[in-house]
Design a binder for this molecule. Structure first.
Ligand code: HEM
Length: 489
């Protein structure tokens, strides 16, 4: 074992020597570092070692900027290749192309991310948003026809968001149109933590491995039928970049299974929790209903239209609430690889060849950044803030690795939810003892979807609200290249 340099962050020892932290990681996933940071609340940063390998955890918002300033040396890039190899199962040839240039590859991962940012900008982004919103509209209409009805709220959000987002992304030949494909995809996604171990994956993660292989075949069919030609510019940009760099159809298909994880794994739990956090706070629900009603709903005869520009510009309470829901529900923790020795904030030596992560819950608990009620839900917390750059807000990542899908995902979620709350009342699961809208039993889902999710079906009764039950519902998505005032860290 390497001895720690006294300038490195203090080492936190596991109760079981040598493998204790490894067991903690296996049992708890990324949440393990949050558990440790709770145990040592006064440490702004700490070190854990598994055998000879170090992980540094940043638990204070003040150190995040130091990580950002050294983004070239503390980088996300190597994990993209880990995902391509272990999660997607790409060939050696593809991995060489994807690997970052400074490690001898051709920088394919960065080229793809760059192409994605360009394809999710301005008019291209508007088209994608229009298509996503059209997709979710159908689901609210379908629910209105069936109501009153009992649904599993998480499962229903998952189907609605999956179908709407994937149709917008891949177009009419989208493999997700098949329910069989969708179910197989979720089996793949649920087993990513085991696939990533890369130890006999066809045995250790059999279900996920088989589903990944069948999903890859479905995407190969999509590419062989020239699917991207009818899909979004995002799908075209990804295909063109990878194909032009010499990546085979099979490897592109494997990487597209990974892309689907990025497209869906945050958006679905975010939608579920936004609905939960609203309906479980009746007063807040009424305020937001009123705001949308007054500022973003246009009524003509029996037609009701939600206007996206008005949602963006004239519904600050809705947007502030959305940020707070993300803050307290998402556990997305930036994880980075350290290329060279760095001293953070003139204090902490971070050594090359180690991993660094940020403990989301520790950062969000910090009273200096978030005030004395930092752990409490406060729907107005972001309301007063005039700045869009909020140090310590990790909801959409930290620059330079900001989420390129944040505008399209927010547009879809908030349009969908705005119409939903005006159209429907929900009756929560009945419980003789506990409060109404008690949180469901939760489980940490997976490394690929860093959220708590319900561990059991979350059943609610959906009823149409009298006020708008005879209306036809529409959305207006103008071509104005507008943006939500989203905060980033
Ligand atoms: C509410 C929905 C979403 C949330 C909360 C979210 C959150 C995040 C976060 C926290 C990161 C940074 C991860 C890190 O630094 O380690 C990220 C990165 C990323 N997201 Fe999202 N995301 C959402 C939707 C989407 C969508 C719809 C797409 C695709 C269209 C997408 C594509 C990506 C990609 C490609 C990256 C990597 C960016 C880079 O490495 O520079 N995300 N997202």
């Amino acid at each position: 074992r390497n001895k720690l340099d006294p300038r490195e962050p203090l080492e936190v020892k596991a109760s079981i020597p040598i493998i204790g932290h490894l067991l903690g990681m296996i049992n708890n996933g990324l949440v393990y570092y949050d558990i440790l940071s709770k145990k040592y609340p006064n440490l702004p940063a700490f070190t854990t070692s598994i055998f000879n390998f170090r992980t540094y955890t940043i638990a204070s918002p003040s150190l995040i900027q130091a990580v950002q300033r050294n983004a070239r040396l503390i980088s996300f890039e190597p994990f993209l290749n880990v995902a391509a190899e272990r999660m997607a199962g790409c060939s050696k040839h593809a991995l060489e192309i994807l690997r970052e240039k400074r490690s001898g590859g051709q920088g394919g991962n960065q080229a793809v991310i760059h192409a994605m940012h360009s394809a999710l900008f301005g008019q291209e982004q508007d088209k994608m948003i229009r298509s996503m919103i059209k997709g979710v509209e159908v689901w609210n209409d379908g629910l209105a026809h069936k109501a009153p009805i009992q649904i599993d709220m998480f499962e229903w959000c998952r189907e609605a968001i999956t179908v709407a987002s994937s149709d917008a992304m891949w177009g009419p030949l989208n493999p997700f149109k098949s329910k069989y494909f969708r179910d197989a995809f979720w089996d793949f996604e649920a087993g990513i933590d085991r696939l990533i171990l890369n130890f006999l994956p066809h045995i250790v993660a059999r279900k996920a491995w088989k589903s990944r292989e069948s999903g890859t075949k479905a995407f190969m069919k999509y590419y062989n039928a020239n699917g991207p030609a009818q899909g979004s510019l995002l799908a075209q940009a990804r295909w063109n970049t990878m194909h032009d760099m010499g990546i085979s159809v099979e490897d592109v298909s494997r990487l597209e299974m990974g892309m689907a994880v990025g497209l869906l794994s945050n958006t679905i739990p975010a939608t579920f929790w936004v609905l939960f956090d609203l309906y479980s706070r009746p007063e807040l629900l009424e305020q937001i209903r009123e705001e949308v009603n007054q500022n973003a709903l246009q009524i003509a005869d029996k037609s009701a239209t939600i206007d996206l520009t008005c949602l963006r510009d004239q519904c600050p309470r809705l947007l502030a609430f959305f940020h707070e829901s993300l803050r307290l529900r998402s556990l997305a923790a930036p994880t980075r690889f350290v290329y060279e020795d760095v001293v953070l904030d003139n204090k902490y030596l971070i050594k090359a060849g180690s991993m660094l992560n940020i403990s989301t819950t520790a950062v969000y608990r910090n009273a200096d950044s978030w005030g004395p009620g930092s752990s409490e839900f406060d729907a107005t917390r972001f309301y007063a803030s005039s700045s869009r750059k909020i140090g310590g807000f990790l909801g959409f990542g930290i620059s330079p690795n900001l989420c390129p899908g944040r505008e399209s995902a927010t547009s879809m979620i908030l349009s969908f939810v705005s119409a939903f709350i005006l159209r429907f009342d929900l009756e929560p699961p009945s419980s003789s003892s506990g409060p109404l809208w008690a949180e469901p039993k939760l489980r940490f889902h997976s490394l690929s979807s860093p959220w708590f999710q319900p561990a059991e079906p979350f059943l609610v009764k959906v009823m149409r609200r009298k006020e708008y039950q005879d209306y036809e519902w529409h959305y207006r998505v103008p071509e104005d290249k507008g943006q939500f005032k989203l905060s980033v860290g």
